[in-house]
Design a protein around this ligand. Sequence first.
Ligand code: ADP
Ligand code: MG
Length: 340
Amino acid sequence: MANEEFALIAQLQKSLGHAGKGVLLGMGDDAAWLDTEGRSLVSSMDTLVAGRHFFVDVHPADLAWKALAVNLSDLAAMGAIPRWCLLSLALPPLAEGYGQWLQDFVAGWRELAEMADVALVGGDTVATDGPLTLSITALGVVEQGVMRRDAASVGDLIWVTGTLGDAAAALDRALVARGLPGWDLDCSEACAQALENRRLRPLPRLDFARAARAAGVACALDCSDGFLADLGHILRASGLRARVDLESLPLSSALSACIDGDLQRLQRWPLTGGDDYELIFCAPPTLTPILMELAETRALPITAVGQILPAEPQAPEDVDLYWQGLPLPLPESRGHQHVF
Ligand code: ADP
Ligand code: MG
């Protein structure tokens, strides 16, 4: 693919490799040269593999959006301002070549990159006999410190942005539509479309996260593996426990209609389903008024779903889950985990 490699890179450079904030030297040299203006750097990397993280028939524009979104969501969770990205593409042979594919990919990438004000400054392009694999490194800056997983405190309220479970429900529907094992959704076409849009086009909560950090929130992560699994990361890192009320998990109207009060569906989608890319953050109750205001001015709902409890070494689980006021055992699987 010697010729094609350079043609692809040239196409990428022409459509995405223009200057961005702090880019002293962007795509085209051996490495990018970036100016952090004296601020500290936050970096994150995520890899997406065809057949594992996305369906091989995904539209390239949706793939680009999602690959970038999941990386920006990691920066959001730290409270960072995204600035730059590096993109590694491992491409299997494609009969018709990658010209049109790349054009579509660039269109999806650009939509989100412009919204988030993030510049593509480099990457790598290789041929592979394996599945299409995309790896993105996202770089951002912070003004003050970052939000961390190990910074929850006893008495903090546990908040989530937006709504949970839409993407997981949409994934089930997509699996069933492909004849693969999954749970069927009986909902209207309009509901299904709303859920599918959340699965394909997650919105990193960059702006709210920065504002929350500036308001004094110290503990956050983004919810990608499933609410219960991700909350578990905070609890383990902070050495604490939590109480969570299942009925307080925020649901979109589309998902509410699909769940229709069914406990098993509540456990499968909003509680343990993945791919939401909402923020889970912990904050002392004194911050509630300011957080509510920050959310309101951004038209982004936030919901308190539980509270951080002291460590209790004898407790069998790190989360006390309640449903309608009664204790509920934790489901066997708390969310997504890669198996090697
Ligand atoms: P080198 O051989 O020096 O590593 P390459 O030929 O791999 O350089 O890449 C040439 C330039 O194009 C570099 O600046 C690199 O960062 C950029 N580049 C290559 N692939 C991509 C990609 N998928 N996305 C963004 N930039 C890329
Ligand atoms: Mg190279």
